[in-house]
Design a binder for this molecule. Structure first.
Ligand code: PMT
Length: 414
């Protein structure tokens, strides 16, 4: 699936709020992703940020006025509306929310909003009491019922001195939501369970055995699945990443904890993707207190095997479920990944050589070969983990469609 912001025509609406400075960063991120962005500013927005910054970054004149005395300004709202792939209003004030909800068109942005038919992401940002007021909440409900996507504002200390919801989400979060708006919902109604990150196996209260997994690969799969409309549960070891939006995140530490939560969620899942780097062994008896080094030159750690969670999932797997593993290898990728595919009863395994630059642990990119149950293999070139996540989910979708056909045929025979 071709997803993302690249080559998309995006309209960025900027209203008059203290958070308007964040839309400059949002515009920069959108441009970095390869979008063509045009900016519409309200009169009040001009009080907070000058249009020159937006013009320099977008490469287009900013639309500020319906009746500006320039060649093309008078029909901009129609032209831009028909060319838009998506609209994001950030920050969205109570004023623009009220106008959009009630069909009021009295300036460039509100008039444009009546003409646009593409997906709209609205990012409210205002004083907490204003945000929670009944008229604003009612208007937001109305807009949600019209199909607008509303980005929940963050909570915290606001510029006006109050504390509570009303803060504009950070630009990367808005970008993520916008990507979701542009992604077809081909995994709608599917329940997907994803594991990510490392596990930590305690040696004593301050030391543990682990590995360098950053969680980036698993979180990318979770984000991609959520963007495609799936209901996602992400079970993650300790990582330093923000929780993906609209995803149920369960944080665990050890392999045993991960196993217990995974088995709790297994039955209700249509698809399980095990990206986590689970420790194969754990110290048999973690010390209750910090181990003192004393005067010994050597120490012995007695390890016991952790349960192979994926193998157990493969054993319990039902006919309608799709099970995907990852294989982290340093040699003989095909042989080792193929063996895991077979032994763990998987539908697909993504093999990556973790000792290659730009691949495996903690990188933003990965180089993966997909091995399928029917014996075919699909080497992918090195690419971003988000892109790999989408390709992996494309293949999962193919398998779901195939499986549904087979199950329908079986049902028809009885
Ligand atoms: O998190 P990142 O920094 O982005 O790095 C991504 C990654 C390198 C961790 C990821 O791409 C990857 O390869 N994940 C699998 C890591 C791993 O544990 O591989 P493995 O070959 O040891 O295990 C094979 C499969 O069995 C994996 O799906 C693993 O989750 C599962 N397993 C392993 C051991 C165990 N006790 N229980 C398991 O479920």
């Amino acid at each position: 699936m071709k997803t993302g912001i690249k080559n998309k025509n995006i309209i960025l609406g900027v209203c008059g709020g203290i958070a308007a400075y964040k839309s400059v960063e949002l515009l920069r991120l959108l441009k970095k992703q390869g979008a063509d962005v045009r900016v519409i500013m309200t009169k009040n927005a001009l009080e907070f940020v000058g249009p020159m910054t937006f013009e320099a970054l977008s490469g287009h004149a900013v639309c500020k006025d319906l009746f500006a005395d320039t060649d093309d300004a008078s029909i901009k709202h129609i032209e831009w509306a028909s060319a838009a792939d998506a609209v994001v209003i950030a920050p969205a004030t109570a004023n623009i929310i009220g106008k959009c909800a009630n069909g009021i068109a009295d300036d460039a942005l509100s008039t444009f909003m009546l003409a646009v038919t593409s997906p709209v992401l609205l990012c409210p940002s205002m004083n907490t009491n204003m945000y929670l007021s009944r008229p604003v909440q009612k208007n937001l409900e109305t807009l949600a019922s019209y199909g607008y996507v509303i980005a929940e504002p963050g909570a915290g200390e606001l510029a006006c001195g109050t504390s509570g919801p009303g803060r504009l989400p950070d630009p990367p979060e808005i970008l993520d939501r916008l990507t979701g708006c542009l992604t077809p919902k081909d995994l709608k109604d599917k329940k997907i369970l994803i594991t990510a990150g490392p596990t930590r196996e305690a040696i004593d209260p301050v030391r543990f055995i682990s590995n360098p997994s950053s969680g980036k690969m698993g979180y990318a799969v979770a984000r991609a699945a959520e963007h495609r409309g799936a209901s996602v549960v992400l079970i993650t070891g300790p990582v330093n990443l923000p929780d993906p939006m609209n995803v149920t995140v369960v944080k665990v530490t050890s392999a045993q904890e991960m196993a217990s939560v995974v088995f709790d969620y297994m039955e209700q899942s249509d698809v399980i993707v095990k990206t986590a780097a689970v420790s194969d062994f754990r110290p048999k008896e973690p010390a209750k207190q910090k181990i003192k080094k004393g005067d010994k030159d050597e120490a012995t750690l007695f390890l016991v095997k952790n349960q192979d969670i994926l193998k157990e999932l493969g054993r319990r797997k039902k006919d309608h479920q799709i099970l995907v593993g990852f294989a982290a290898e340093t040699e003989e990728l095909e042989r080792n990944a193929g063996k895991k595919l077979e032994e763990k009863n998987l539908d697909m395994i993504a093999g990556n050589l973790v000792n290659h630059p730009g691949s495996g642990f903690a990188t933003d990119t990965n180089q993966v070969t997909l091995f399928h149950r029917n014996g075919t293999k699909e080497p992918l070139s090195a690419m971003g983990k988000d892109e790999i996540a989408h390709i992996l989910l494309d293949r999962v979708l193919d398998k779901i469609i195939l499986l549904d056909r087979v199950l329908d045929k079986i049902k028809a025979q009885f």
